[in-house]
Design a binder for this molecule. Structure first.
Ligand code: GRF
Length: 207
């Protein structure tokens, strides 16, 4: 059984999608054993508790990126010991050392078709605002491995979602979550746990 640690900072609808998949079809032999939040009282922690999964709040207050990454790593090393880390709406960034140590073992979900609308500052509603401002007709979501470049790691899966006339950022965010993120992330985690993802030359192949 592979141990999965899910990192969150907010509402946790992607976490919920993972929990639901685990409880129905399963996650390819993986099990969510910890939920780690950078935000005290995040609703995602309540979702974890309801599902009987251990939750942790790790504060980054006053800490540099390096210090916070080391603090998280201590928890992972001493207690959580995950095989896979899943970033599901986690708003902090990791140090290059942390990314290197867990290279090939961190997945992130981003609410656009990378390389569009990604990188520093592109999170939450900002992503959908930028997509609407550009006037794209199709957007979507991407699951990728994490490396030291924000949203720059090898792409695992993508799913397209149509943009509709009169969309607000909120409406588009909702559609991208329902039609793409909440399906794609459990699918990608399942493939990882089944050992079917291979990274070669910065690209991912699925067997
Ligand atoms: C999602 O849009 C995800 O793609 C992004 O942050 C948001 C988190 O939402 N990285 P939730 O906390 O899973 O509801």
């Amino acid at each position: 059984m592979l141990k999965i640690a899910v990192f969150v900072s907010g509402g946790g609808t992607n976490l919920q999608a993972l929990i639901d998949r685990q409880q129905t079809k399963g996650l390819g032999g993986g099990e969510i054993t910890a939920v780690i939040s950078s935000k005290k009282g995040a609703y995602a922690l309540e979702r974890a508790e309801k599902a009987g999964i251990k939750g942790y709040f790790v504060s980054g207050k006053g800490l540099s990126v390096d210090e916070y990454s080391r603090k998280l790593d201590e928890l992972l090393e001493n207690e959580v010991k995950p095989d896979l880390i899943v970033l599901a709406g986690f708003l902090k960034i990791f140090s290059p050392d942390f990314c290197k140590k867990y290279s090939g073992r961190i997945l992130n979900i981003h609410p656009s078709l990378i390389p569009s609308f990604c990188g520093d500052g592109m999170y939450g509603l900002h992503v959908h605002e930028a997509a609407l401002a550009k006037g794209v007709k199709v957007t979507g979501a991407t699951v990728h491995f994490v490396d030291a470049v924000t949203d720059g790691g090898p792409i695992v899966m993508q799913k397209a979602v149509e943009v509709r006339e009169g969309d607000t950022p909120e409406a588009l965010q909702q559609r991208v979550m329902e039609q793409a993120e909440h399906i794609l992330l459990p699918d990608a985690v399942t493939l990882f746990c089944q050992g079917r993802l291979k990274i070669k030359d910065g690209r991912v192949s699925i067997s």
